[in-house]
Design a protein around this ligand. Structure first.
Ligand code: PBG
Length: 349
């Protein structure tokens, strides 16, 4: 553009600028780039720093496998038997990760329309919680409260005669499930079902059972998202028909997330969750501006798989991308992130 030397020298000397163009704002000495001069200065001034304490590792447990089986659509993630799961937890703890969220792969013959296996004290998750706590009492364990791993139809609740997910009957079951999981060793109960008024029911039931120090992490804003695809593979739990749009939120909405968050706060939630994370940074931000509670974000299976697929093709630098995305979630206002990259990220620090 400035290939004429006379024009270029005028531009560099600023002599072709009008006075009011020369200083766009403020004093001429202001140069924001000074704060980016070198790594030490950049680090000193960075507004957000991703730390190991932010990382929560979701893990899949299956009792009908030996060892661990890699999930096709989530390379590097596994369905573990109990010994393999305990090893995974030990390795993660060595890397500084102490919080785990557990998801069960329930055998088909144990599933039914009402998801009754969710209330069985000897079921896979209660047993797993007990074993982890016995071996690693320093862990903080999150138990997901939703019926979809247990129902034969794959919905998160029980159905009425019109195949509509029956809110109040589901809430009753979830509040019982909370007791079973809390008594088995869960520190944090995380209703991920999006039924109305479940936080209140769960809190009441926990308190009546003397489980006053068990936390509730409520999935306040859980969207009906195609990003959950690989997770449903992982749990071999895919929906038999339909979708989850009568309870999970519409991805067009964000004010609704604030409404949900406020209700959960009023009902006694200790922490709130926004899920998924990457396409919902605006929601994390808006919820964080409207609550005093800590917010966690769930970087879900599809987010992991997208990055993995690109990384395995050599199209993206996995480490740089993951650290950038995780930091953006913290910048948006989250105090922690559930991510399938937790262990890898901890190794990269
Ligand atoms: C079930 C549940 C889902 C996820 C966590 N809990 C799937 C769903 O709602 O269908 C998804 C997590 C992920 O994709 O990583 N209530």
């Amino acid at each position: 553009m400035y290939n004429c030397p006379d024009e270029l020298s005028k531009v560099l000397s600023g002599s072709n600028m009008h006075n009011n163009q020369k200083f766009l704002s403020g004093f001429d000495g202001i140069r924001p780039r000074r704060l980016r001069l070198n790594t030490t200065i950049r680090n000193l001034c960075s507004e957000n720093t991703l730390q190991k304490k932010h990382l929560i590792s979701p893990l899949f447990i299956q009792d009908s496998v030996k060892g661990k089986i890699e999930i096709n659509s989530m390379p590097g993630c596994f369905r573990h038997d109990i010994d393999s799961l305990l090893r995974e937890i030990e390795e993660s703890m060595h890397l500084g990760i102490n919080i785990f969220a557990l998801f069960p792969v329930i055998k088909n013959e144990l599933k039914c329309p009402n998801g009754t296996e969710a209330l069985n004290q000897d079921s896979l998750i209660p047993q797993t919680l007990q074993k982890i706590k016995e071996k690693f009492p320093g862990t903080v364990l999150i138990a997901d409260l939703a019926l979809d791993p247990y129902t034969s139809h794959g919905q998160d609740g029980v159905l009425d005669e019109n195949n509509y997910v029956d809110n109040d009957r589901t809430v009753k079951i979830l509040s019982e499930m909370a007791i079973v999981h809390a008594q088995a060793g869960a520190d944090i109960l995380a209703p991920s079902d999006m039924m109305d008024r479940r936080v209140q029911a769960i809190r009441k039931n926990l308190d009546q059972n003397n489980l006053i120090n068990k936390l509730i992490l409520s999935y306040s804003a859980k969207y009906a998202s195609a990003f959950y695809g690989p997770f449903r593979d992982a749990l071999i739990s895919g929906l038999k028909s339909g979708d989850k749009k009568t309870y999970q939120m519409d991805f067009s909405n964000s004010k609704e997330a604030i409404k949900e968050a406020k209700l959960d706060e009023e009902e006694g939630a200790d922490m709130l969750m926004v899920k998924p994370a990457l396409s919902y940074l605006d929601v994390i931000y808006q919820v964080s501006q409207n609550t005093k509670l800590p917010i966690l974000a769930y970087s879900v299976s599809g987010e992991y798989s997208m990055i993995k697929a690109a990384a395995l093709n050599g199209w993206l630098d996995e480490k740089q991308i993951v650290l950038e995305i995780l930091t953006s979630v913290i910048r948006a206002g989250a105090s922690g992130i559930l991510t399938y990259h937790a262990k890898q990220a901890a190794q990269w620090f």
